[in-house]
Design a protein around this ligand. Structure first.
Ligand SMILES: [Zn+2]
Length: 127
């Protein structure tokens, strides 16, 4: 079970970080066009938009983080955050779920049903 998911919070954070760098690079390119003022202003403006966007995304991550559940990854033993029912470890990409019985499985609605678990238990008792 490798790399079907990657951690949602990490993913968003990577996008935000990429935007900061993109914004800086765009602004830097703008500086190269000093002799064409409107080009420089345009690049500066685009760079600023990218940086403002990343700030908004960082803010959004902060909100998501408060909703995420902190768990210790069974694979690497590090504390990570699970967003939603199924997510991946921030460090080793191990798929994680808030239900320990679902480890290594894709999320499926049937796991919410008590009946399903009773049947599973019966099966394992018979084996
Ligand atoms: Zn891990």
């Amino acid at each position: 079970m490798k790399l079907k998911y990657s951690n949602k919070i990490n993913k968003i954070r990577t996008v935000a970080l990429a935007l900061v760098f993109a914004g800086m690079i765009i602004m830097y390119i703008g500086l190269l066009f000093k002799s064409y003022e409107w080009v420089m202003v345009l690049f500066m403006f685009l760079g600023l938009i990218a940086i403002v966007l990343s700030t908004i995304i960082y803010f959004w991550i902060g909100m998501l983080s408060t909703k995420a559940v902190q768990v210790v990854c069974p694979e690497c033993g590090k504390p990570t955050k699970v967003l939603g029912r199924v997510d991946a470890c921030m460090f080793c990409q191990q798929p994680l779920t808030l239900d320990p019985n679902l480890e290594g499985e894709d999320f499926d609605e049937k796991y919410n049903s008590k009946k399903y678990w009773k049947e599973q238990q019966k099966k394992s008792n018979e084996q």
